[in-house]
Design a binder for this molecule. Structure first.
Ligand SMILES: [Mg+2]
Length: 265
């Protein structure tokens, strides 16, 4: 939703200034001649841009890693600093009012970085290779995220996880989060994973045993509604790398973790 709004704004700006929209697009793609086609951004150049953004390098074991001084890491550092200021302030306010503050974290590419998988498989999802990858429980942490989890806990803010990983992936998710130092509330009362066979009653509008029709936004916002309305917490911040992690309300603030490698609607 945010994305389409931003694209619409660019089109409007071009219309006002009379800029040739496709000419601008062609220049961005590094072409030497202007054209008026609808050619999308060149995928070879896009892959290079993504490598530059993450500072991607293969380590001694051949695993692709992001660089701690990359533009990606710098974006995360700025976002985390702002989030900490907000969490600190919101926690004080909530405690003063007698409310129970909470934060919610998505897992994939919010806490655990899947860059190696994405690059290795050309940014294309396959359920079998993905399940193998997740079950290795060896993903590196997204820079600063484990520290953010620890920070929230240190301020008396309850940490919850809200993930599209399945119940079958729970053991691997817990082991991997422990490994990166996000060792806070890794129990089933705080880590919400997708249980299509036996969905919880609070998702009954889109899921009953045997039938699952929940969109990502319905699943994730329905889980946040449960945390607020049924468990009695005030979600002061919600962290996710997809807009579908963040849309649908039930959080005072949302933080979009950068992820240019895939899109989950
Ligand atoms: Mg994610």
């Amino acid at each position: 939703m945010h994305k389409s709004l931003r694209i619409a704004a660019v089109v409007a700006a071009c219309a006002v200034t009379g800029t040739a929209l496709y000419g601008a697009g062609a220049a961005t793609a590094g072409q030497s001649t202007a054209n008026s086609t609808h050619e999308p951004y060149n995928i070879g150049l896009l892959v290079k841009d993504i490598d530059t953004y993450y500072g991607t390098t293969a380590d001694a074991g051949g695993v692709y890693q992001a660089s701690p001084d990359s533009p990606y890491a710098q974006d995360l550092a700025r976002l985390d600093a702002a989030a900490k200021r907000h969490i600190d302030r919101a926690a004080r306010k909530a405690h003063h009012r007698g409310e129970k503050p909470a934060v919610v974290f998505d897992i994939d590419d919010t806490l655990l970085l899947s860059l190696d998988y994405e690059k290795r498989y050309n940014y294309t999802f396959n359920p079998t290779t993905w399940a193998d990858y997740v079950n290795k429980a060896d993903r590196p942490g997204v820079f600063g995220s484990a520290e953010l989890v620890q920070y929230a806990e240190s301020k008396g803010v309850e940490v919850f996880y809200n993930s599209g990983l399945s119940e079958a992936q729970r053991t691997a998710a817990v082991a991997n989060l422990k490994k990166i130092g996000a060792d806070v509330n890794l129990d089933a009362d705080h880590m919400f994973l997708k249980d299509k066979a036996n969905p919880p009653a609070y998702l009954s509008s889109c899921a009953t045993p045997g039938t699952w029709t929940c969109t990502t936004v319905q699943y994730k916002s329905g889980t946040r509604k449960h945390i607020e309305d049924d468990l009695g917490y005030e979600i002061v911040a919600n962290f996710g790398d997809q807009y579908s992690d963040l849309d649908g309300g039930y959080a005072d603030r949302t933080y979009k973790i950068p992820n240019p490698t895939y899109f989950v609607s």
